[in-house]
Design a binder for this molecule. Structure first.
Ligand code: ZN
Length: 138
């Protein structure tokens, strides 16, 4: 069986990291599926999904690492072409990836105790975002 569910988020942009574990768990519970895999997907070219221990230190470390890897204060060809100033956002999103998949075992996501699912908005402005949760299993 395949069930596709959605939820939305308001973000601040600029590397805003949001813990979406609870929302994903609610959607999986609504799906009625208890064993299989869960794919969490962000349909957007300036956002990504990953996991981290969601505490302020680790979140700050991730944000700082992203800034070091893909600085916001250098030139991007995308900005010359489109003028929207978010060339760094697109590159960051491409590196992080738009989805995350986790096994679903007996009704529970097989996450580690300190492992949360996070949505990261790399755009250079606040955004309204939709997230897709697709559950495949029985
Ligand atoms: Zn752009």
């Amino acid at each position: 069986m395949v069930k596709t569910l959605y939820f939305s988020l308001e973000t601040r942009g600029n590397n805003h990291v949001i813990d979406i574990t609870g929302e994903v768990e609610r959607k999986v519970s609504q799906s009625g599926i208890t064993n299989g895999i869960v794919n969490v997907f962000s349909p957007g070219s300036t956002s990504g999904i990953t996991t981290i221990e969601y505490e302020s230190g680790a979140v700050s470390d991730l944000q700082a690492a992203i800034e070091r890897l893909v600085p916001s204060n250098i030139e991007y060809r995308h900005n010359l072409r489109w003028g929207d100033g978010n060339g760094h956002s697109h590159v960051r999103a491409a590196l992080l990836g738009a989805s995350f998949t986790v096994p679903l075992v007996n009704g529970r996501l097989a996450l580690g105790t300190w492992q949360q699912i996070v949505f990261v908005d790399f755009d250079n402005r606040p955004r309204h975002r939709n997230v897709v949760v697709q559950v495949v299993g029985e």
